[in-house]
Write a protein that binds this ligand. Structure first.
Ligand SMILES: [Zn+2]
Length: 224
């Protein structure tokens, strides 16, 4: 094994190479011939000197590439894949989302649309409430039906948790509870209809965070 060759002697030249290409340059201080082999590989830059057997390498770090915001927002997602698939394919694109929203523990419950770049939650209401994964959309949560609602009807004779918090909603779903997420006025109206038609005869209803006073009042007949 030769000495480690300092990056300043070769890295800038290696960076000029196209991925997969190599070249030979002079190893300064080690003869007049171009004995230093340099290469740009997909995952690293490296060099090897045929004269002194010195070497060096620099691993490439995955750039945290900003996801491109879709040019059109608000249309229906055409394609959905399990969120975990998208994360495996492009982990760096979801780091911000996880840091900000803490949905990592619920990844297996969610789906992702490559065309809207939004994350979708378990939902029987068809609202298609999607959370922006690019962190650049004006509307972080968006439903093409304008109602920020998600309903998970596991068994209608069980307990129901109504909440304005995505985390609480996902936690309830994970526990196999019935749950309703209502995040705007239209969502609350739709949630009220769900409660009135589906749950009025059943189980206990509990109220979670971020619900507006009016909505809580409207739910009173059902919550007792
Ligand atoms: Zn050398």
């Amino acid at each position: 094994m030769g000495q480690r060759i300092e990056s300043r002697l070769w890295l800038s030249q290696a960076r000029l190479l196209a991925v997969g290409d190599s070249d030979k340059i002079i190893h300064r201080g080690c003869g007049d011939r171009a004995s230093l082999f340099i290469k740009n590989d997909a995952d690293k830059f490296w060099c090897f000197c045929h004269r002194c057997h010195g070497q060096g390498f620099v691993e490439k770090v995955h750039q945290r590439v900003k996801q491109k915001l879709p040019t059109k927002t608000g249309w229906m997602p055409e394609k959905m894949v399990p969120l975990i698939e998208a994360i495996v394919a492009e982990p760096y694109n979801f780091r911000d989302l996880f840091e900000r929203h803490g949905i990592a523990p619920f990844v297996t419950l969610c789906r992702f649309s490559p065309d809207t770049r939004r994350v979708y939650f378990p939902d029987d209401s068809g609202s298609l409430l999607g959370l922006d994964a690019t962190m650049q959309a004006n509307a972080r949560f968006y439903s093409p039906h304008k109602r920020s609602l998600a309903v998970y009807a596991h068994n209608t004779d069980g307990a129901l948790h109504i909440t304005g918090s995505l985390m609480e909603y996902l936690e309830s779903v994970r526990r196999g509870m019935n749950a309703v997420l209502a995040m705007n006025g239209a969502g609350e109206k739709a949630a009220l209809a769900v409660v009135a038609t589906t749950y009025q005869d059943y189980g206990t209803i509990t109220m979670g965070s971020y619900l507006r006073d009016n909505f809580i009042r409207d739910l009173k007949p059902f919550t007792g």
